[in-house]
Design a protein around this ligand. Structure first.
Ligand code: AMP
Length: 284
């Protein structure tokens, strides 16, 4: 496994690897890797001759006062996990390598899709995500790139980016990997103390309640389902909901009457930690 820190070396190494007809799969991450990330890496390994993973805590997707400085970093552990999966290359640039100018002279504005759901409390976040992903695609030049449904809005933004800017990359979305009690795996779960960790299961329990109301009880009015879901999340004293929304998973448009497929999306603070989760309900 090659560890690469510069754009020039990444391009040169890829040229050497890419002999024959091998396709390249790419998994962008911010590190502190867990089974959710590793599921993406395994999928890429299955589907491609070459797998490249990036580890880069992208400063432009963090707002002022967010957790950029204390975001969990575990380079040694990450490299061990990736080496065990026999990844071909790990791209780990410094901030200055990715962004010679701060703020960057050129960045991508994803428009309205970046201002709904998580974009309400994280203005500019999805512009930062789109900018770094576009740069990484231009550096790594993958055939396929792997993203988790855990960050549903991010997947919709990336698909839009690829379509609008004509990147020749297939975007593959992988299912949410969860802890045994349903909590979606996230690097930020490490911020939770034991009491908060227990309380954090309320996100998934709330999503499952919504699913049950729609599928088993036949409820089809968004406001009614949202009200019940909000009651449940508010019953957990440590949880402070940011939003509960029911949207079309393809474009994140809100729906008044529930039609399938529908995505139930939730964001909440558990103590000081902001967590997100979603489930997509589709026709059986
Ligand atoms: P991050 O390091 O948080 O930027 O995540 C890197 C990639 O891993 C993104 O595409 C995430 O959606 C994906 N990911 C994070 N957590 C999970 C999870 N629990 N299950 C599946 N994919 C995940």
């Amino acid at each position: 496994m090659q560890i690469i820190r510069t754009i020039k070396d990444m391009r040169a190494f890829h040229k050497i690897l890419r002999t024959g007809n091998k396709s390249t799969g790419f998994v962008p991450t911010m590190g502190a890797l867990h089974e959710g990330h590793l599921s993406l890496v395994r999928r890429s390994k299955e589907e491609n001759g070459i797998t490249v993973v990036s580890i880069f805590v992208n400063p432009t997707q963090f707002g002022p006062g967010e957790d950029f400085n204390r975001y969990p970093r575990d380079t040694v552990g990450d490299l061990e996990k990736l080496s065990a999966l026999d990844v071909d290359a790990v791209f780990m640039p410094e901030d200055g390598e990715m962004y010679p100018e701060t703020p960057p002279a050129v960045s991508i504005d994803v428009g309205g899709i970046g201002r709904i759901l998580c974009g309400v409390s994280r203005p500019g976040h999805f512009n930062g995500v789109a900018t770094v992903v576009a740069k990484l695609f231009n550096i790594v030049m993958p055939d396929r790139a792997y993203f988790g449904q855990k960050d549903l809005q991010q997947t919709v933004v990336i698909k839009k980016l690829v379509k609008e800017l004509n990147f020749d990359v297939d975007i593959i979305i992988c299912p949410v990997v969860r802890e045994k009690d349903g909590l979606a795996m996230s690097s930020r779960n490490s911020y939770l103390n034991p009491e908060e960790r227990k309380a954090a299961t309320v996100l998934f329990r709330t999503l499952k309640l919504g699913e049950k109301l729609i599928l088993n009880k036949g409820m089809d009015n968004t406001m009614d389902v949202k009200r019940k879901m909000e009651e449940m999340i508010r019953s957990e004293p440590l949880a402070d909901p940011d939003y509960i929304e029911i949207v079309d998973p393809r474009n994140l448009q809100a729906m008044q009457d529930i039609r399938l497929p529908a995505a139930l999306c939730i964001a909440a603070r558990i103590g000081n930690t902001r967590l997100i989760d979603n489930i997509i309900i589709d026709k059986k």
